[in-house]
Ligand binder design. Structure first.
Ligand SMILES: Cc1cc2nc3c(=O)[nH]c(=O)nc-3n(C[C@H](O)[C@H](O)[C@H](O)COP(=O)(O)OP(=O)(O)OC[C@H]3O[C@@H](n4cnc5c(N)ncnc54)[C@H](O)[C@@H]3O)c2cc1C
Length: 494
């Protein structure tokens, strides 16, 4: 009998020993469990909500399902002969139905079946550490199950929206990523607080679905402040053209629904200005889901991020039995990067369990070198933003000398073919001593599919001399690589 069946029968006090216990069944926990199980380790996964995590139901999947029709329509509107056919509004009901489908109707039956197929046991319930190698799970029916790990406990509990401390915020019923991705209709007026990736993506989606949208961004960093500045500037221009009001330097001082729970939200800004809307979305960053995880029982502070070494061992815990992967370790808060961490964590846990050598050299099988050197990210707005590796500002802060090559993507034959009035820009950072690409940012329609080429160049540390021999097809936007190399060659001659 599987342990979740035991839990289902509320056998309080049931206990079982496994090689590996994973807490949190998001994309990262699932992948760690898959890898340790594939390596022959007896593995159990503990999940408190839906197997598949935030990504499947309230983040990546629903948000991209909402954005795909928006971006496809924008692309189509740039194509002669087609633009006339797509001038009208989106079919909101159909878009939301598509979103529901891609969110698996908020049911995890398929993922449960997959977990079973990779021979990982599932315990449903809220898991907490209870001293070294011990996890206690409160099951939905009021029982408890104690799990003991012979080799490793892996925390993959992810993150939740970090809400600012504002009086009366709870009464306003603010949207987090959950409501923003699962709403059943477009609000008449939506205020988005925060100009990061979630803020700009959700502003793009809901504007196209019919909402009046205002984006409030604190400070002067602009939108997408962690990326190259031109990325945020181009996305801000496009949002404004789409009718979104983008207010920079706008800090929220107070929020209230004056006149009852269904009254509009009045947002008061630090400068005294006000904005009134039907809903308010806080896209103000993420906080680790570690507040109620029993961290205090192993000498850690509840609510903290879990700092790990490059093999995902939590550095502050002795004996190396506690690992943390995915969002909760704060290294790179994206599904693909978390799954990369999961593959590595799974492999290194298995190697250590079997007494096999650990390959922890840079780019070795058991260290997550890409977490610091080559993290790819796509912002699914119109225009899209795709980046990997360093930005100019990061290179400067790290004291790394880089040559910076910029190129106007709109000049490419491939861009002209892609759509009329194509606006795009590329920046490539090259380490002049090693002659390798260390950072790339592309902005423009259709650039998301260019990102893997940049990631290969950065992670592969391919010399630019060799990149000359990687010939991009004509007429594609990939020819941006050729133009950048030509510009770099000419720069070096001067
Ligand atoms: C709106 C939005 C859009 C995004 N879009 C993208 C995108 O397009 N591409 C991308 O790469 N990334 C995207 N991300 C980021 C991505 O969602 C996260 O990086 C990813 O979900 C992290 O995976 P995880 O497994 O670490 O955590 P999560 O997905 O958060 O999963 C953690 C799981 O742990 C469970 N859990 C937590 N605590 C406990 C406990 N004590 N006991 C039992 N179970 C517990 C939770 O229920 C959850 O299922 C987006 C994020 C947001 C907010």
């Amino acid at each position: 009998m599987k342990i979740d069946e035991l839990a289902g029968h509320a056998i309080s006090g049931a206990s079982r020993e496994y090689d590996v216990v994973v807490i949190g069944g998001g994309p990262v926990g699932e992948n760690v469990a898959d890898r340790t199980s594939a390596a022959g380790l007896d593995t159990v996964l503990v999940e408190g909500e839906l197997l598949g995590g935030e990504c499947s139901y309230w983040a990546c999947e629903p948000s991209k399902a909402l954005l795909r029709p928006v971006v496809a329509r924008a692309d189509a509107r740039r194509i002669p002969g087609l633009k006339g056919a797509v001038g009208g509004p989106l079919d909101v009901a159909e878009v939301l139905a598509h979103r529901d489908r891609l969110s698996a109707y908020w049911k995890d039956d398929d993922q449960v079946a997959w977990l079973d197929s990779v021979s990982v046991d599932l315990v449903r319930g809220h898991g907490r550490l209870d001293g070294p190698r011990q996890v206690v799970v409160d099951t939905p029916d009021g029982g408890t199950v104690r799990l003991t790990a012979r080799h490793a406990v892996v925390v993959a509990t992810g993150t939740t929206t970090r809400l600012p401390e504002l009086p009366g915020l709870a009464e306003v019923r603010p949207w987090t990523n959950r409501e923003a991705t699962s709403a059943r209709e477009a609000p008449g007026r939506l205020v988005v607080v925060g100009g990061g990736v979630v803020g700009v993506e959700m502003a793009t989606a809901w504007r196209a679905l019919g909402s009046e949208v205002v984006v409030l961004v604190r400070g002067s960093g602009g939108l997408l402040a962690r990326m190259e500045p031109f990325a945020g500037e181009m996305v801000a221009d496009a949002l404004r053209e789409a009718g979104v009001e983008v207010r920079l330097g706008a800090s929220v001082a107070a929020v209230a629904r004056e006149g009852g729970p269904d009254a509009p939200v009045r947002v008061t800004l630090a400068d005294g200005g006000t904005v009134v809307a039907d809903e308010i979305l806080f896209a103000t960053g993420r906080a680790p889901r570690t507040a109620d995880l029993g961290l205090e029982t192993v000498g850690l502070v509840p609510g903290d991020w879990l700092t790990v070494d490059d093999t995902f061992r939590v550095t502050a815990v002795a004996d190396g039995w506690l690992y943390a992967a995915g969002d909760v370790n704060h290294r790179a808060l994206m599904t693909h990067q978390g799954k990369y961490q999961a593959r590595i964590a799974g492999a290194v846990i298995a190697a250590r369990a079997k007494g096999e050598p650990v390959d922890d050299r840079r780019w070795g099988a058991h260290v997550a070198t890409a977490d610091t050197e080559a993290v790819p990210q796509v912002v699914f707005t119109d225009p899209e933003v795709a980046s990997v590796g360093l930005t100019t500002r990061e290179a400067l802060a790290a004291g790394r000398r880089v040559d910076v090559v910029d190129y106007d993507i709109g000049r490419l034959a491939g861009a002209v073919q892609y759509g009329e009035d194509y606006r795009g820009r590329a920046r490539v950072l090259i380490d002049p001593e090693r002659g390798t690409v260390v950072g790339v940012t592309f902005v423009g329609p259709g650039v998301q599919e260019l990102l893997y080429s940049a990631t290969v160049a950065v992670a592969g540390e391919i010399p630019v001399d060799r990149l000359w021999h990687a010939v991009p097809a004509f007429p594609t936007i990939s020819e941006v690589w050729l133009r950048v190399l030509e510009a770099y060659r000419d720069m070096r001659k001067d």
